[in-house]
Design a protein around this ligand. Structure first.
Ligand code: OSB
Ligand code: MG
Length: 363
């Protein structure tokens, strides 16, 4: 298929509930969407870069710049047979994995629609439902944190991830563990600690957590390996893994025992699948992380998480946990067994609603 035209849309959606991490509190999410046109079909991709360079160095404005000035010109008029064909065309551009991933996702959607095949099938998915949990932001008090967990446990989430930061770690985690002794519980520090915090991690090591996500520096693996040696609980890397090579190196030195795979962070579904395959070969479990996606990115996450080695619950909650009104349909709902059903329609299996896109669009 010849890539005839690519459009960029900058949208902004208010979150149902503010989301606080160790980098700050978010009330809404900006998002760059790409629409790739060919032969009367449109493939959609979602860029997960945020307002500021907190989680990653990319932002909506860096993504817009790199897409408009470098990536779109490199793809314009090119013929592709598979989604992975866009990657060599972008190879001369360093970094900017989230911008890259958005274009590659649009190519998967476009080709899936042209071939009338679901993304999960194209990737080699093996399950119709994927096990999911919910990632809960930091709340002002323990009482509010407990109430928030209760809300999601009552909604049917069988696995909860808590955000932690210095001053908000052992106490809230213990309080939740006391109230729900059997809950599958994990924590995510988003790189807020140094090795000096070893005593805190030794305490968290006693609470029966599934994993501790990205405790140390975002671009470090050496100190994560040192920390892992001193803990029973598996360390899971998120921010530190930006490519299949990073995953290989981290596993080689024992920096983690689990990897959180995010399509945007690693530069697309092809790289995400490569990390999945590498981990499967080494018996390292993986799970699909989330970036508060719209239903476009969520559909891609569900297809990815249908691959066999996604054996831990993903941060792929129901649509209603994020936005009152998404720009794409249908919404995803939580099944009673804490799973979400993988879309089966062609490509991503969701449709953008033009009126909602227009209402949310800023540029
Ligand atoms: O570290 O996993 C993270 C959201 C934005 C940026 C980073 C992270 C997150 C989440 C949200 O934890 C997971 C979700 O989309 O439900
Ligand atoms: Mg994380």
């Amino acid at each position: 298929m010849k890539i005839e035209r690519i459009e960029l849309h900058l949208i902004r959606l208010p979150l149902v509930h503010p989301f606080e991490t160790s980098f700050g509190r978010a009330f809404e999410r900006p998002c760059v969407l790409v629409a790739m046109h060919s032969e009367g079909l449109t493939g959609w991709g979602e860029c997960v870069a945020g307002d500021g360079p907190w989680y990653s160095s990319e932002t909506v404005e860096t993504a817009w710049h790199i897409l408009r000035d470098f990536m779109l010109p490199a793809l314009q008029g090119q013929a592709i047979q598979t989604a992975a064909d866009v990657l060599p065309l972008l190879e001369h551009i360093r970094g900017h994995q989230m911008a890259r991933a958005a274009l590659e996702m649009a190519a998967w959607d476009l080709l899936g629609k042209a071939q009338n095949t679901a993304l999960a099938t194209m990737l080699g998915g093996v399950r119709q439902q994927v096990s999911v949990g919910v990632s809960i932001g930091i709340e002002p008090t323990i009482a509010e944190q407990l109430a928030r967990v209760e809300q999601y446990v009552n909604a049917g989430y069988g696995r909860v991830k808590l955000k932690i930061k210095p001053g908000w770690d052992v106490e809230p985690v213990r309080a939740i563990r006391e109230r729900w002794p059997d809950l599958r519980l994990q924590v995510d520090a988003n790189s807020a600690y140094t090795l000096d915090a070893l005593p805190i991690f030794q305490e968290l090591d006693q609470v029966g957590l599934l994993l501790i996500e990205q405790p140390l520096n975002h671009d470090d693996i050496v100190e994560h390996a040192r920390l892992q040696q001193q803990l029973q609980t598996p360390i899971c890397l998120d921010e530190s893994i930006q490519s299949p090579d990073h995953a290989r190196w981290a596993l080689a030195i024992g920096a983690c025992r689990i990897i959180n795979i995010k399509v945007g962070r690693v530069g697309g579904l092809t790289a995400a699948k490569a990390i999945h395959d590498l981990c499967a070969a080494q018996q390292v479990p993986v799970w699909c992380g989330g970036m508060l996606e719209t239903n476009i990115g969520r559909a891609a996450n569900l297809a990815l998480a249908s691959l066999p080695n996604f054996t831990l619950p993903g941060d792929i909650s129901a649509s209603a946990r994020y936005y009152r009104e998404d720009i794409a349909a249908p919404d995803f709902v939580l099944n009673t067994d804490s799973t979400v059903t993988v879309p089966t329609g062609p490509g991503l299996g969701v449709e953008v609603i033009p009126a909602r896109l227009a209402a949310a669009r800023q540029r």
